[in-house]
Design a protein around this ligand. Structure first.
Ligand SMILES: NC(=O)c1ccc[n+]([C@@H]2O[C@H](COP(=O)([O-])OP(=O)(O)OC[C@H]3O[C@@H](n4cnc5c(N)ncnc54)[C@H](O)[C@@H]3O)[C@@H](O)[C@H]2O)c1
Length: 332
């Protein structure tokens, strides 16, 4: 029954529809006072609101479930070593954070008690499974570290080698004054150590394993102040190619990442590092330097199965500096 003044007639909805009970002559129990009509309306309206909100919340939960299901990190389920965190400025720390974000389980080394104080809290903040000492100058120390990794994990998916050292004098003085001792030290810690770690890591890796090391453009060009470290990086880059050749037979990939200058503990030893950073920013394609996070993000790609066809590669993360003509000088 439709009609009457819309929404005001007893028993009618504001849209002209009868609510709940059939309409009578206004005398029977079906006849409702106005306040009851209003109350019924409020109840209907509230119920509709609750239903809409409930549906919305259920929908959001469903979507979140679906997102969670598909948001798999590119290193999910992988176990890897992060070698070379000194503090939160270290390039290795940028890699560690990115690797953790992508789902990896991590193990860290530290060099001596002084470093442990800084490294342990950082590693613990990423729920590291192993945090143990390793001095790459000592065979026994390397063995002890890898034995612990083998005992605790048994297998390994990746290693990040981010270790280098040279006597400060050798980086401040003229290159031709480099001593035999300085030469040996720089090459031993900065280049041979990658081979030493690869020897112990490879037997724990299945096909799909990945190793990366950090290098710098000073390996291929004479960069003022980089001196013997440039020679060590050239040896490191060549070692990467030979390791890639050897370990490729086992399905293990080996790559090096050539980062642009980043202010870190090791970098502070390089002669006139501030000037080097300014020149690098000016001469790069992007007109700036790179961050440890940018290096970290590139590293996790190389460590992941997304890079399954990449080995023996030298990958630059230097905002394009290496393809340019160098520092164009101070503008203006
Ligand atoms: N910072 C830069 O501008 C830059 C650019 C390109 C490449 N790299 C390379 O990145 C890597 C990491 O350096 P960083 O800049 O993050 O500096 P960093 O000082 O944070 O890291 C160097 C690490 O090497 C470790 N180390 C040195 N001697 C060791 C030894 N005997 N045993 C074990 N560990 C030892 C130190 O403990 C430290 O953790 C190095 O290979 C460096 O040459 C740095």
């Amino acid at each position: 029954m439709y009609g009457g003044s819309i929404g005001r007639a007893k028993g009618h909805s504001p849209f002209g529809r009868t609510l709940g009970r059939p309409q009578g002559d206004g005398q029977g129990p079906e006849s409702q006072p106005a306040w009851k009509q209003t109350a019924v309306w409020i109840i209907y309206f509230s119920a509709a609101l609750i239903l809409v909100r409930f549906y919305g919340a259920a929908d959001t939960l469903c979507r979140k479930d679906i997102e969670r299901e598909y948001a798999v990190g590119i290193l999910d389920g992988k176990k890897g070593l992060i070698l070379g965190v000194a503090n939160n400025k270290s390039i290795a720390w940028g890699v560690a954070q990115a690797a953790k974000r992508e789902g990896a389980s991590l193990a860290f080394n530290f060099l001596g008690e002084q470093m442990e104080k800084r490294v342990r809290p950082l590693a613990e903040s990423l729920n590291a499974n192993i945090i143990a000492p390793m001095n790459v100058s000592e065979e026994a120390s390397i063995d002890a570290f890898f034995t612990q990794v083998k005992e605790q994990w048994g297998e390994l998916d990746f290693i990040v080698h981010s270790i280098a050292y040279a006597n400060k004098d050798a980086l401040q003085n003229r290159f031709m004054t480099t001593t035999r001792e300085d030469f040996h030290l720089a090459l031993d810690v900065s280049a041979y150590s990658f081979i030493a770690c690869a020897q112990r890591a490879a037997p724990m890796m299945k096909p799909g394993g990945s190793m990366i090391t950090m290098t710098y453009l000073g390996a291929e060009r004479a960069i003022p102040g980089y001196n013997v470290m440039g020679v060590a990086k050239a040896a490191l880059e060549a070692s990467t190619r030979y390791l890639a050749q050897d370990l490729g037979k086992d399905g293990i990939r080996v790559n090096s990442v050539s980062a642009g200058p980043i202010r870190t503990l090791a970098a502070s030893a390089v002669g006139d590092f501030r000037k080097l950073m300014e020149k690098s920013a000016r001469g790069s394609m992007l007109g700036r330097n790179v961050s440890q996070d940018e290096v970290g993000n590139t590293c996790v790609y190389l460590l992941s199965d997304l890079a399954s066809g990449v080995s023996g590669e030298l990958h630059y993360v230097d905002a394009g500096f290496h393809v340019g003509a160098g520092d164009p000088g101070i503008p203006g």
